[in-house]
Design a protein around this ligand. Structure first.
Ligand SMILES: Cc1cc2nc3c(=O)[nH]c(=O)nc-3n(C[C@H](O)[C@H](O)[C@H](O)COP(=O)(O)O)c2cc1C
Length: 214
């Protein structure tokens, strides 16, 4: 997955043009949009270029292209079952999975040293980060050290850390894990959830952080 990292350049993504452009795409066929007849052979690529098919995808290219998808960022937190101290990691590979039963999913790198601690806890908490929480994200993404140094938090019903300033929290437990390349796909059952602070989401786009003006 496209694990984020560095640049913290603030960017703003506006909602203003989104509905009309989405509707335009939904009501016209690809052929009509490109101006070719429906039974004409397809163009080489959607933008008309004739880029060769790619069989060897290097990680820089993968990150660069996938970075054009703009997810939010969550902090996955728990109390380390061995030490009892709060810990966590930042993740942008997060999604809702199922309503009935309520399931969410996220992807964690095999190299994560924090995931084994989170996984060992009975419950984990997904904190949906807000736009002012870039520093919180970076602190939780750093390897080693006290992940929660200086962070304010309360607890979910089962005692998992809920970060001050998060837009919402979701308390869950690991339901299933699926190995997938260099990551594991985690499916987690939701036990409790609630909104927390009001605000705008932290958006991760092209390797940087921005906000969404809805
Ligand atoms: C914006 C952002 C998004 C990230 N998304 C993920 C992710 O989806 N999955 C993942 O395993 N790591 C992700 N990371 C990296 C982890 O937060 C963390 O750096 C990594 O787990 C290494 O720390 P650890 O050894 O303490 O686990 C992301 C980092 C950032 C800054």
């Amino acid at each position: 997955m496209a694990d984020g990292a560095s640049a913290a350049a603030a960017r703003t993504y506006k909602a203003a043009d989104r509905p009309s452009s989405m509707q335009r795409r939904a009501t016209s066929s690809p052929a009509a949009e490109s101006g070719r007849s429906a039974d004409a052979p397809p163009a080489a690529t959607p933008n008309g270029s004739s880029a060769p098919s790619v069989t060897n995808i290097d990680s820089m290219r993968f990150r660069s292209i996938l970075g054009r998808f703009a997810p939010g960022v969550v902090a996955i937190t728990a109390l380390d079952p061995e030490s009892g101290v709060p810990t966590g990691l930042a993740a942008n590979a997060f999604t809702s999975v199922s309503l009935d039963p309520p399931l969410v999913g996220f992807c964690v790198a095999h190299t994560s040293s924090t995931w084994p601690k989170l996984r060992g806890a009975d419950r984990q908490c997904i904190n949906i980060l807000s736009e002012p929480q870039t520093e919180v994200c970076l602190q939780l993404a750093a390897k080693g050290g006290d992940k929660f140094a200086g962070l304010e938090w309360t607890t979910s019903p089962s005692g998992s850390p809920v970060l001050d300033g998060a837009l919402a929290w979701i308390e869950c437990s690991v339901e299933a894990e699926y190995a997938a390349g260099d990551h594991v796909i985690v499916v987690a059952r939701v036990h409790h959830l609630d909104k927390h602070h009001d605000g705008e989401p932290l958006v991760f786009y092209k390797g940087g952080y921005g906000r969404f003006d809805g």
